[in-house]
Design a protein around this ligand. Structure first.
Ligand SMILES: Cc1cc2nc3c(=O)[nH]c(=O)nc-3n(C[C@H](O)[C@H](O)[C@H](O)COP(=O)(O)OP(=O)(O)OC[C@H]3O[C@@H](n4cnc5c(N)ncnc54)[C@H](O)[C@@H]3O)c2cc1C
Length: 409
């Protein structure tokens, strides 16, 4: 029987399994995952689950019974330990060995570890898994002094949730503003203001030198020698793609597993999707690795269709969303690194109800809607038009009286 093996039972892996069955594949589907949970989505881990507004079941990609009902062999608590490309076999951590016709790597990413003295102390927390989220819920309470190291999306979302739980939060970051690298100064300032209004203390331009404590962390020592008292520390300094299997199998790896738009690696029988995949994007004309929910959601199915020999390719625009306090935002598009982008705002920036556009050479490269809804598709149309070479008049782009579709060529 034809066997498709999926290594990694996260969102990308589970959606790939779903697509294989939806497309009528009747062979064997083995979905192998290190975690003991059935596949789940991670966005609620830093939002609804910490805020108490979502329950655990809402995070699951499918109900527990779905896998057996669709004849998907889900093996949780099992790691794919090695790939033998010549024999077309994978070795599992439980000693089992599986033959594959096609193999999908969907092993995701892991949090970067803090490498300073004291990093192993108790109450030094990370957030990637449901178990991590449970640990944060159990640790961060009313009055907890939480130091968040890192001012990216995860750090800020946990900061917002921790404030709502009544914790006192200090964010330590080497950056001059939160999210500075992804959003640039002006929009990063919006997020800094939002968190300050909610009582967050920022230590910008700061590195952590050491964590001190007996069993649990009690103090964070910064590079300038100053100290912060802490009951808990969240380390949120980014993730690295889990490329171990691909490295071992000598597949092309460079900041993730290198794949074409069909999500195929340099081995025609091995594919990669989700956070792991460094994709040659057909519209952007560049390789990108996107660590966002929507990419896992859509690349899993594209990989599944490509594995079935269909003419599938991933040509969606990168999309991201976040929720912090009463601010909800979506972002679509891609600004080339080092590209000189101009930021154009439409709407009420102070009141945090606005659209922001990044234009490069007069073309919309990316756009973001903050507390304004049902416009992200229109923003994506503008980005696609920009990729096709269309320029926009900045004054009309900034004018809320001009409907976004009227800016299309
Ligand atoms: C707390 C949190 C909040 C987030 N919020 C947002 C958000 O608001 N918006 C947004 O756009 N994105 C968000 N993201 C990002 C989004 O969740 C990820 O992009 C997405 O989870 C990637 O899915 P994936 O399937 O590629 O990888 P993962 O979700 O990492 O799943 C990979 C799975 O593979 C397993 N695995 C690894 N190695 C092996 C192996 N050798 N064998 C078997 N299994 C293996 C891992 O244990 C893991 O379970 C958030 C992420 C986190 C952690």
């Amino acid at each position: 029987m034809t066997t498709f093996v999926i290594a990694g039972a996260g969102l990308a892996g589970a959606k790939a399994a779903e697509t294989l069955r939806a497309e009528g594949f009747t062979g064997r589907v083995a979905l192998i995952g290190t975690e003991t949970e059935i596949p789940y989505e991670r966005p609620p881990l830093s939002k609804g689950l910490l805020l108490g507004t979502a329950d655990r079941a809402s995070a699951y990609v499918h109900e527990a019974g779905w896998y057996a009902e669709h004849d998907v062999e889900l093996r949780t608590g099992t790691t794919v330990a090695a790939i033998d490309r010549e024999k077309h076999r994978v070795r599992l951590s439980d000693g089992d060995d599986l033959a594959y016709d096609k193999l999908l790597l969907a092993t995701g990413a892991s949090p970067r570890q803090l490498a300073v003295p004291g990093a192993q102390l108790g109450n030094v927390l990370y957030l990637r898994t449901l178990a991590d989220s449970d640990r944060i819920s159990a640790t961060v309470r009313d009055g907890t002094r939480l130091v968040v190291i890192g001012s990216g999306w995860i750090g800020l979302e946990v900061t917002a949730a921790a404030r709502s739980r009544g914790a006192a939060v200090t964010v330590v970051t080497p950056a001059a503003l939160p999210l500075e690298k992804v959003l640039g100064d002006r929009l990063a300032g919006v997020f800094a203001g939002l968190h300050r209004e909610h009582g967050v203390d920022f230590r910008f331009g700061s590195e952590v030198r050491e964590l001190r404590g007996d069993t649990d962390v009690a103090q964070v020592v910064l590079a300038d020698g100053s100290t912060l008292d802490a009951d808990a520390v969240l380390v949120a300094i980014g993730v690295t793609p889990n490329t171990g299997l691909a490295d071992q199998a000598r597949l092309g790896v460079d900041n993730g597993v290198l794949v074409d738009a069909r999500l195929c690696t340099d081995d025609p029988d091995i594919f990669a999707a989700g956070d792991l995949a460094n994709i040659d994007h057909p519209l952007l004309g560049a390789r990108i690795r996107v660590e966002h929910w929507a990419t896992a959601l859509h690349t899993g199915p594209v990989a599944a269709r490509a594995m079935l020999g269909q003419d599938a390719r991933w040509d969606r625009l990168p999309y991201f969303f976040t929720d912090q306090y009463d601010l909800g935002m979506e972002y679509s598009g891609w600004v080339p690194p080092g590209g000189k982008a101009e930021v154009i705002i439409r709407g009420d920036e102070q009141g945090r109800e606005f659209l922001a556009f990044w234009t490069v050479d007069g073309r919309v490269a990316a756009g973001m809607n903050v507390n304004i809804w049902d416009v992200n598709e229109q923003i994506q149309d503008l980005v696609r038009a920009g990729l096709g070479g269309a320029t926009v008049d900045p004054a009309r782009l900034a004018d809320p009286a001009v409907a976004l579709p009227d800016l299309l060529p």
